[in-house]
Design a protein around this ligand. Structure first.
Ligand code: SF4
Ligand code: SF4
Ligand code: FES
Length: 339
């Protein structure tokens, strides 16, 4: 075990734990942002540098500080290590620099971008960015492309976090896309106009922290904060079937995987659940999804029996439309704390 202190809070963690995961075990504001690390994807992390921290004491054995900020998702703790994140003004200034770099080529698309309202880059820019850009050159731009019949790639918004590449590598039987070229020319692309087409490919949409990979069945249907997220499940032969469905009125606008407090997928879902099950009758509804208070989606979002009865009324309306098809509300649906 190793003892580590982050922003004055001490915790003992198993050897080999990264600083980021130690901070997540402590929880709260001291947890560094992570745009490329994804706990469910092996070898993720180390690309974006948003998770940098200042190590003011290396370890009990060697107390020298580390000479420059380190990526907390890739640096393991040592016994006696002391780390600063939000308590170091220098570090926050360095992170603001990282954000500035990430935004150098990023378009001002938020008003028309499907990711707005659940975009980690928006949060990062708001919490750590500067108000003005100093960049005077032309931003690099790409044509939008379809990679498969259900996924749209808008490369202008990509921050090259590699998460989608890891999904294809680790979740699907073969990989047909990756990062071509390097530096300014780097881009996510399929191998010679190939398409991403396999049962779990839709998960690239959920892991993308920005609006670069979007669901073509949901694009431009609604701003996400006008939709109502609800946890639901079905008996799926391919995946766990545990999803989040996003209602607008009584219509299911999209189906996604459920996400945890760090915006990471809890269980991967298959394309059939994601793209083809858009009827309420396809699902057993569990109850309103838990949405973090800091998210814009949480406005007017109540996780109470009242919210559930409103949802039931909507479902009944939908049932009528579907003329007698069976819709179930699952066990625990009346629990207001159902998360
Ligand atoms: S990806 Fe995020 S920051 Fe970029 S345009 Fe879309 S909502 Fe805005
Ligand atoms: S497309 Fe999205 S998930 Fe893939 S590298 Fe770009 S930002 Fe990351
Ligand atoms: S989250 Fe650590 S480098 Fe990206």
């Amino acid at each position: 075990m190793a003892k580590v202190t982050i922003d004055g809070k001490t915790i003992e963690v198993p050897d080999g734990t990264t600083i980021l995961n130690a901070a997540r075990m402590i929880g709260g504001e001291i947890v560094p942002p992570a745009m490329c690390y994804y706990s469910k994807l092996k070898t993720s992390g180390g690309y974006c540098r948003t998770c940098i921290v200042k190590v003011t004491k290396g370890s009990e054995k060697d107390p020298r500080p580390m000479p420059k900020p380190v990526a907390s998702c890739r640096t393991t703790v040592m016994d006696g290590m002391e780390v600063q994140n939000i308590t170091s003004p220098d570090l926050l200034e360095a992170r603001a620099g990282v954000v500035e770099f990430l935004l150098v080529n990023h378009p001002l698309d938020c008003p028309v971008c499907d990711q707005a309202g659940e975009c980690h880059l928006q949060d990062l820019g708001y919490e750590n960015g500067k108000v003005k850009t100093r960049y005077e050159f032309k931003r690099r731009t790409f044509e939008m492309i379809d990679i498969g019949d259900k996924i749209k790639l808008h490369m202008n918004r990509c921050i090259l976090c590699y998460r989608c590449v890891k999904v294809s590598d680790q979740l699907t039987p073969y990989r047909v896309h990756g990062v071509l070229n390097r530096g300014e020319q780097a881009e996510i692309s399929t191998y010679i106009k190939n398409v991403i087409d396999n049962e779990f490919s839709g998960n690239v949409i959920d892991v993308c922290p920005v609006g670069a990979l979007t669901d073509k069945t949901f694009r431009f249907k609604s701003r996400v904060w006008f939709t109502k997220p609800v946890d639901a499940h079905r008996d799926c032969p391919t995946c766990s079937g545990k999803v989040r469905i996003w209602f607008k009125g009584a219509d299911v606008l999209r189906v996604t995987a459920r996400k945890d407090e760090y915006g990471e997928v809890v269980e991967w879902i298959c394309n059939n659940c994601r793209f083809d099950k858009k009827q309420v009758s396809d699902w057993t509804i569990e109850g309103p999804a838990h949405i973090s208070k800091h998210s814009v989606i949480s406005a007017n979002h109540y996780e109470t029996p009242f919210a559930l009865s409103a949802l039931k009324a909507d479902v009944k309306k939908q049932q009528k439309k579907l003329e007698g098809k069976k819709v179930e509300l699952g066990e625990g649906a009346l629990n207001p704390n159902n998360k």
